[in-house]
Design a protein around this ligand. Sequence first.
Ligand SMILES: *Cc1c(COP(=O)(O)O)cnc(C)c1O
Length: 233
Amino acid sequence: MTARSEEIAAGLAAVRERIETAADKAGRAPEEIGLVVVAKFFPASDVRILADLGVTDVGENRHQEAQAKAAECADLALRWHFIGRLQSNKAAAVASYADVVESVDRLKLVGGLQRGAHERSHPVDVLLQVSLDPPDREGRAGAAPEDLPALASAVEEAGMLHLAGLMAVAPLGEDPDAAFARLAEIRAEFVGQHPAATRLSAGMSGDLEQAIAHGATHVRVGSAVLGSRPPVK
Ligand SMILES: *Cc1c(COP(=O)(O)O)cnc(C)c1O
């Protein structure tokens, strides 16, 4: 093993242990919780190490970086999750390599995703990103809870898209436990209307325990596995 693979193996083991402990505490089976390792800012060589260590799902939040890395790692059996803010003119391109798009938050994205999935002849799993921010929050990402039904219908009508569930990020400066408790209520209502869309992607390096306590089926973890990234912006 190289020094880098030892470092990543240690980070991964620690995160898997945290997931197991949190699942135990919530009375859930650890196998119920999927781990998406967020590789943004880290090179394709790290993604190869992750795949060697048994990681099956990788997350990216910038289209160009994601597209290049997915191409470099095309020989690996990985599922690529697009988790970042998506521009409608990039939606078709994202669907050409992403297996899961977690950040669908407006109707304008659906047409492009459907087109990209159709051209690739490969269905794409879609998660609707729901905002847990107050409605007036600047730069808010995610749909308002009341906009989910229309968005869900549009995804269900697109033949190459599969409505899999919801994704959310805890707002900065709020107790994640309170935010994810709200998310659990939104999700219960959503699953009532879409019984097959049970996936819930929530929780990151800093708050995966709280997310698991409130029903997350997938956590998206970057820095706790791969180390700290250069600061964004
Ligand atoms: C970067 C990112 C993550 C991972 O964050 P860490 O704190 O490094 O675990 C999770 N979700 C989204 C949407 C992200 O952009």
